[in-house]
Design a protein around this ligand. Structure first.
Ligand SMILES: [Ca+2]
Ligand SMILES: [Ca+2]
Length: 150
């Protein structure tokens, strides 16, 4: 390859690395999710671009589980949980905000398992929901304006 082409290739690569979070509405999958053994289960089952995620024990069985938010289509994001076990369990999809998704863990009712708060936006609309894993699925305990941002 000529030097000019190399330069263009390197510049494109650098531009790609720096612009990656911005093309995904300010989101980036945390390294701890990407490095987690359960992330291989996500990759084996989903082709969609992962946007955000988190690692914690979601069902209080002492094993770490993961949450992954991904781009379902141009207008919609979804969230799933993958629960650790002899055969990892993938929950049903739930709607997730389109932009600036944040996942926080908080034990709202002071009894296991932990709850998680999913918040984000779609343009100027902001919404959030509180969830926990119940019967191996993502259960929505409470939500506010999620229909506007998901
Ligand atoms: Ca677990
Ligand atoms: Ca709880």
């Amino acid at each position: 390859m000529k030097r000019g082409k190399w330069l263009v290739a390197v510049l494109l690569l650098v531009a790609g690395i720096f612009s990656y979070p911005y093309f995904n509405h300010g989101m980036k999958l945390p390294d701890e999710v990407r490095a987690h053994p359960l992330y291989a289960v996500y990759e084996a089952n989903f082709e969609q671009t992962p946007l955000m995620g988190a690692v914690t024990d979601l069902n209080d069985d002492g094993q770490e589980d993961i949450l992954v938010v991904f781009s379902y289509d141009k207008e919609r994001n979804k969230i799933i949980a993958i629960l650790a076990g002899d055969t990892p369990h993938i929950t049903r999809m739930e709607p997730a905000p389109l932009e600036h998704v944040v996942i926080e863990f908080k034990d709202i009712d002071k009894k296991p398992p932990t709850e998680f708060i999913l918040s984000g936006a779609k343009g100027s609309y902001i919404g959030y929901g509180i969830y926990r894993i119940q019967d191996e699925e993502i259960f929505n305990i409470f939500s506010a304006d999620m229909e506007d941002c998901c």
